[in-house]
Ligand binder design. Sequence first.
Ligand SMILES: [Cu+2]
Length: 385
Amino acid sequence: MNTENGSKPSVSRRTFLSSTAAVGAGLMAVELATNVANAAADGTNISLEQIESLPRVTQELVAPPFLPKHDQVAKGGPKIVEVRMVIKEQKMAIDDDGAEIWAFAYEGWVPGPMIVVHQNDFIELTLVNPETNVLEHNIDFHASTGALGGGGLTLISPGEECVLRFQATKPGVFVYHCAPGGAMIPYHVTHGMNGAIMVLPRDGLKDKDGKPIRYDRAYYIGEQDYYLKKGADGEYIKYASAGEDYSDSIEMMNTLTPSHVVFNGAAGALTGENALKAKVGETVLIIHAQANRDSRPHLIGGHGDHVWSAGTFDDAPQSGLETWLIAGGSAGAVTYTFRQPGLYAYVNHNLIEAILKGAAAHFQVEGEWNNALMKQVKKPTAIKA
Ligand SMILES: [Cu+2]
């Protein structure tokens, strides 16, 4: 509309700028709201109110070497995953030669139960220290951020329980362990008080080229170093109650030489009748956790097809490894697709630790033998003269 003098309606430059700014601010507010909604949808920068309104699921924890029921690709947005762990102080046999330990064990299992979530899910753990126990315990999640991994917020005496919630912001496999302070930290960790959590990418695992990896089975191996003392009679000392071995244990830990290095709590826990099962053609995910000491897993007669040695799923896996390193205080993951049937030993390839100390598991694999991959061309016979 023109005015009498032919000029445009009088909108001062200042008014124009401020009204533009108002429109701009409005647009920014809309954009911000959209970003917040998107952020909440993938779980990043989520507000406390938004967390409270997330769906809740309860994860039933299962005994190692098994993993709780889970989706390899997340369904829907982030969730609050409720888990409950009861700490048990209990006597456990750890070899066939009479060695035993008063273990400190999440849910009574060494290693503690595997928790499986997706990136940006929330874990809400209820930790229970029954009054029949004698020691203080807590939990430090390497997957979490702040407060000593939760250790500073979960220290509980016998007869207490607490609830910790944290967001699993980093995808990978991570150790958790008890860390009640001072010498009690290695004492508890070397008495079995450690476990692992797997934080899957929301869209699942991928190989180095970004192609999806799916597994048919998953197993979880917790490697445990124990430091037991022998008496004058040459036998491992037996104790009447939890905590009574403290000074002997400190003495043996100071040698840095474990009496036992075992998988899943005890020598033979995963061998013979307890062998892990698979079939030719199946892809198996193996998670290996070592809360205290370096390890070097090797599958005798197989390989690591895809290996996240350092545990993080943010990085592409390595391919076709013969042996990989698990740094003490971490977990790693590997997939292998079995090509041949038979018995495979999965070992810590410090073979002294595998054979003399106990760090060995078995895979019993069913299927058809492939002579093209390997064939015994001639059976052992006397050398021809
Ligand atoms: Cu503890």
